[in-house]
Design a protein around this ligand. Structure first.
Ligand SMILES: Cc1cc2nc3c(=O)[nH]c(=O)nc-3n(C[C@H](O)[C@H](O)[C@H](O)COP(=O)(O)OP(=O)(O)OC[C@H]3O[C@@H](n4cnc5c(N)ncnc54)[C@H](O)[C@@H]3O)c2cc1C
Ligand SMILES: C[S@@+](CC[C@H](N)C(=O)[O-])C[C@H]1O[C@@H](n2cnc3c(N)ncnc32)[C@H](O)[C@@H]1O
Length: 620
């Protein structure tokens, strides 16, 4: 287990003699007896000059150090709703080392103020599984976001990429919980602070005030509430903090490439009001043409015993895909059918050990024995495995068509040969004949293997070793009739995969050919996928059923770099140029996540992925 991994321990709630929720672990109350909402308004909102301070701002970001029952968040959200002069977007980031189970949150918020009951319901509905790391929730059509950082604030604050205007300091009292009031944590808060950022807390311990002062805040006292003599307010010392970027809404964006990478970026950007143009030569054959004939593909999280980078990224990616794509029209919406990662013999033992060590919630991943496998998947495969409830079967062509038809996205047929400009704030995309295909303030290179040569032609672009090693790999999937006892109700994964049928046809995947100069469906490839799928199902290859029609499968390319992680992020030193490529064999996992990372960074929102992971996937 890596030293970084910290198992999440959910909150246990008790009640004190006044019926106020308390934490037996810390021996302190979640809020004072005189009212959670009252404290939220008087201490945290008014202490930070809200709602007045957000007026005239397009985006305003609040960071809270202990999410607890969410009372402060709900009061803040309600205040935003009630204010005619509210900012267009309110972002809230909140740390929580011991999140509540959803049922406890429901129980505790049941007595919410009538005005907040509807908001509480939405929060409960959106409450994520208790997995370590960041979880992005969205309300009000994305105009209010909540980024929950599940884990210790001291550690996770270093992982947050955000630009914060106001802090709610609400850990348990320093006497019982010193970790929430350390100079190191306050240092991270200053790192994220915008110019003139403020902070407020009911706490008035001298050591806490000194630490806040030393970190870079000017600290003062205010009369307290509910019988407390004093509370603390603070404002960032002049000269510190970033200028809150006066970003104009809806900068234009050109996306080069209309595959899964381009479509994911286009969706995330269009949702934030950008004018998006996607350019790809395949559009001549339709919006989903880069996956024409690809009947179905799998979207599944993975785990590793040390919760490694790939596992954390895949968790974030699958969660983003679920969030972004479950609202699409039915034709394009992936089916959340669940994934069984089949494990036999020694592999089963080691997977179960990993599961025990990680302590992830069973609603997200759990072990199924052979009889439960039959119930879940409809197949009798004489094996157990890991069950991921969020596993999905997508139909890539239909998904692309749905995404690329969203309002705000226009698609143009063309092949970008060169990018010009950029220095004056506008990029121009030119074809091989020098004709202008599109112009925009930002460009996202989402053209897989083609990203490296295009980048090489940009005068100011640095030469990136990671990208210099971008390579492509051919591969194919095979189609089978399946038949009685072969039609799965869930994705089966292992060395290869077997998918629930689409109109009676089952997809088996897949092959990897590093040396190919063509990518095509072949008898040898079909044999290889049949071998993999039959091993998963515990059958002979000839038992998978016939080839259903003339189309025996689908073949394509995967672009990848040496570490097999995607390459996502801005290009250092070239403002307005972004990369979203090298998706390897997991394009569905990276598509929505990359879109939200890029769109969040363009818009100065909290980024929904840890900085450590952002660094791993950064163009270098
Ligand atoms: C056989 C096989 C099975 C797979 N199964 C799965 C699966 O089950 N689950 C999963 O998640 N992933 C799967 N993948 C991987 C997945 O298909 C890729 O990760 C994904 O397609 C990558 O998307 P992309 O948009 O980066 O690249 P592409 O799909 O290659 O799209 C890039 C686009 O850019 C365009 N382009 C290139 N150059 C230019 C230019 N100069 N100007 C304009 N446009 C340009 C191209 O025309 C293309 O449409 C599979 C891959 C293969 C080969
Ligand atoms: C006073 S309660 C917060 C109440 C909350 N703001 C609300 O509106 O309901 C303090 C919270 O901090 C959390 N906490 C304690 N130590 C922490 C740490 N080191 N990192 C993150 N959260 C922590 C506790 O689990 C608890 O939920």
């Amino acid at each position: 287990m890596s030293s970084n991994y910290e198992r999440l321990i959910p909150a246990r709630i008790a009640f004190n003699e006044r019926g106020i929720p308390v934490s037996p672990l810390y021996g302190d109350a979640y809020h004072p007896g005189w009212g959670a909402r009252e404290q939220a308004l008087k201490v945290f909102l008014h202490g930070n000059g809200l709602p007045q301070r957000w007026r005239g701002r397009r985006v305003f970001t609040v960071c809270e150090t202990g999410f607890g029952l969410g009372n402060n968040f709900l009061a803040l959200w309600q205040a935003w709703r009630d204010d005619a002069q509210r900012p267009q977007r309110l972002h809230v980031v909140s740390f929580e080392a011991h999140p509540l189970e959803r049922r406890d949150l429901r129980r505790l918020l049941a007595s919410s103020d009538a005005s907040m009951a509807a908001l509480a319901q939405q929060l409960i509905q959106a409450w994520p599984p208790l997995l370590p790391g960041l979880h992005r929730l969205e309300f009000e059509g994305g105009r209010v976001t909540l980024t929950l950082a599940f884990g210790a604030a001291g550690r996770l604050s270093k992982q947050l990429d955000a630009q914060v205007d106001a802090y709610f300091l609400d850990g348990f009292a320093p006497r019982v919980n010193p970790e929430m009031w350390t100079p190191s944590l306050f240092g991270q808060l200053v790192r994220m602070a915008n110019r003139d950022a403020t902070a407020a807390t009911w706490c008035c311990a001298g050591a806490m005030r000194r630490a806040l002062q030393d970190a870079g805040f000017l600290v003062s006292k205010r009369p307290g509430h509910g019988g407390k003599r004093e509370m603390t307010v603070a404002v960032l010392r002049p000269g510190l903090g970033r200028a809150a970027a006066a970003r104009p809404a809806g900068a234009s964006v050109l996306v080069v490439g209309g595959g899964l990478a381009g479509a994911g970026a286009a969706q995330a950007l269009s949702l934030r009001g950008h004018e998006v143009t996607v350019v790809d030569p395949v559009f001549e054959q339709g919006l989903g043409a880069s996956h024409r004939g690809h009947i179905a593909a799998a979207l599944s999280p993975v785990i590793s015993s040390d919760d490694d980078i790939r596992a954390r990224l895949s968790r974030a990616g699958v969660a983003r895909a679920l969030h972004r794509w479950q609202g699409l029209p039915e034709a394009g919406r992936p089916w959340r059918c669940g994934t069984l990662e089949v494990a036999r013999g020694a592999e089963a033992l080691s997977r179960r050990k990993a599961l025990d060590a990680l302590g992830f919630p069973a609603e997200w991943v759990r072990w199924l024995d052979a009889s439960e496998v039959r119930e879940r998947t409809g197949l009798c495969i004489a094996a157990g495995g890991l069950w991921f409830a969020d596993g999905q079967r997508a139909q890539p062509q239909a998904l692309l068509e749905s995404l690329l038809s969203l309002p705000g996205i226009s698609c143009r047929t063309g092949s970008v040969a060169r990018l010009a400009g950029g220095d004056g704030g506008v990029w121009r995309a030119l074809d091989a004949a020098g004709r202008e295909l599109a112009r925009a303030e930002h460009v996202v290179l989402a053209n897989a293997h083609g990203a490296a040569p295009l980048l090489n032609a940009v005068a100011r672009a640095p030469r990136l070793p990671k990208l210099a090693g971008l390579y492509r790999m051919a591969g194919e999937v095979g189609y089978f009739q399946g038949g009685e006892g072969r039609h799965a109700r869930a994705v089966l994964a292992g060395d290869g995969y077997w998918l629930p049928p689409v109109e009676g046809i089952c997809v088996a995947g897949s092959t990897y050919d590093m040396d190919a100069d063509r990518s095509e469906v072949s008898p040898a490839g079909r044999e290889a996928v049949a071998r993999k799928a039959s091993a998963l199902l515990g059958l002979r290859p000839d038992e998978l059923g016939d080839r259903p029609h003339a189309l025996a499968g689908w073949a394509g390319w995967r672009a990848a770099v040496a570490d097999r992680l995607p390459v996502i992020g801005p290009l250092d030193g070239v403002p307005g140029l972004w990369l979203a490529c090298a998706y390897g064999s997991r394009g569905l996992s990276w598509s929505a996540l990359a879109g939200d990372i890029i769109a969040a960074r363009i818009n100065g929102e909290p980024v929904p992925l840890e900085r450590e992971l952002l660094r791993k996937i950064a163009p270098r």
